[in-house]
Every structure is written in structure tokens, then in C-alpha cells.
Design a protein around this ligand. Sequence first.
Ligand code: SF4
Length: 327
Amino acid sequence: MLMPGGVEKPEGPLLALKDVSRAFGVRRGWLGEQRRLIAVDRVSLDVSAGESLGLVGESGCGKSTLGRLACGLLAPSSGQVLLEGRALPLAGARSWAAGRIQMVFQDPFSSLNPRMSARAAVAEPLAAQGVPRAEQRRRAEEMLATVGLDGLGGRYPHEFSGGQRQRIAVARALITRPEVVICDEPVSALDASVQAQVLNLLRDAQERFGPAYLFISHDLAVVGFMCRRILVMYLGQIVEEAAREQLFAGAAHPYSQALLASMPTGALRKEGELLPPPLEGELPSPLNPPPGCRFHPRCPKAVGICRREPPAWKELAPGWRARCHLA
Ligand code: SF4
């Protein structure tokens, strides 16, 4: 297949992270020693055209940093982020990748400029691409109508409800017809009743415009609703990758099992089978990750080797693998 410009479309995933790490320097106080916090530690993942890949984990596990790496808002400390096999440049520059990966953030109020009308906010990515003004306005109005805000383009963020503001953020993300949208906790700031509307909007938008989603959430129920393939992240690392059905029917990693057990819907528990108790204890600091398996201080199944050796990936079935000595 040929891409615009007559270039041959490369085989393989649309978006790929290969062994990507991201570290930050952290200093305690003015004179404190500078320490290295590894927020994302050697993560590899693939997103295919049109799919929804879920990324679930507790707050502070590095998933938002991973989202920013995947759309070029952050540069990796090591490893590669590839879009159709080419290294992704940092966002903001006018490059071959501009507009091809977009992001929807958790808090639509802080991601929208209060002094910019909904129409101008939605049109902004087109302005950055040098699209003529009349065309920007036409396409922004059209996209606002698509997300259910027909005729409201002249209003400002404070005149909308939280759900409506997130609709504006979705319209803004879709305006360039991106191939990938990184959705970072897109409904966690919304009331439960509005969450379903925004999730349905995202699903409809995917059917209509066809972008792939990397869908990031702390809520396994939300990720399960949106995605057929799910990655579970703990303290900067992916610890399980599975199809939704595999994960919900019999998660292999004790951390994934604990996430399932914390879900409010007991319906996901298999009849006659007790899942382990919901997760206890705090996520350890990424400044000082535990040795061996990072989950061992909280794992109800930990044995001696878990405290000494980091577990390698174990393949359990096609597309299903877990990083646990006992999987
Ligand atoms: Fe628990 Fe050990 Fe598996 Fe880690 S490797 S999840 S500590 S059983």
C-alpha cells in the first residue's frame, strides 16, 4: 500500500514503543543530592491501526508519562518511539508527524484556554498546520456538531459542563484526523453518569474516523469497556499483557488479580472462585523500587525468589504474557 507522497507503507504496527525508559532528576531541597527517578522502565508495546489498547495501573505508576512519551510530548531517556517505523519527533515542531498523534487529557478545564472560544480551541491544531482561517472555522463547526455541540462554537469553556468540555477536547483531538489518539484518564474527572456518554462518544468517533486509541486509566472497568487488549502497569513496568477476556476470566499476575478484586462489580468474579483481597499498602516510591519483583512487598503470593530476582516475561498463550515467577 502507498502512503501520501508515493512512499511504501511499512509493514508492522502503527505506533511502537521499543524498550522505552524515561528518567527524571529529583532533588530534595535546595542542597539535597540529585537522584534519578525512573518513571517508565524499558517498556515495549505496539498499537495497530484502528485498535484500542488499554493501559491500566494505579495513580503514580508511570502511565501518564508513558502517554506523553507515546505522543512526542516527552523524549525518552532511552529506547525508541516509532510511528510507522520512523522515529517520532517531539510534538510542537512542524514535522511529518504533526497532527498524526493527538492527546485527550484528564481535566478538560485545564487543557482548554479559558480565553479561547470552543471553535477556536478546536481549530487550534489546524491553525498550527497553516490551514486557511475559513477552512479552520468550517471544519471546527463540523467537528463540534459531530461531538454533539452544534452551534455552540462561540461559547467559552466556563459556559460548558465538565462533560461538554471533554467533548470539546475530543473534537480538538480529532480535528486533524489523527491515526492515534492517546486518551489519558479522559473520564476520571467526570460524574459517573457523564462518563458513559463520553466513553460512547469516543467509541462512535473511532468507528467514524478510525483512529487507534492508547487508552490510559486507573479504572479497569473503563479500560475493559473500551479496549480488547490490555496492558497492566506497575511501578514503571508492564507486568501483564492480555486480551480483555483472558484478563477478566483469569488474570495471571497477582497485581492484575488485585485490580480485578478491587472492581466494584463482583460480577466479574467467577462463580465459586475467590479472588485475592483488594490491594493493600501504598505504591512504593519509584525513587527506590523494591529489589527482585517490584510487587513483592504487596504480593500475597510472594516467595523467596521474588525478593531476589526480577521475574522475566512468561508466555501463557498467544498474546497473553505475565511477568511473575509463579505465573
Ligand atoms: Fe508476586 Fe512473586 Fe509473582 Fe512478584 S513474582 S507477582 S512477588 S508471586
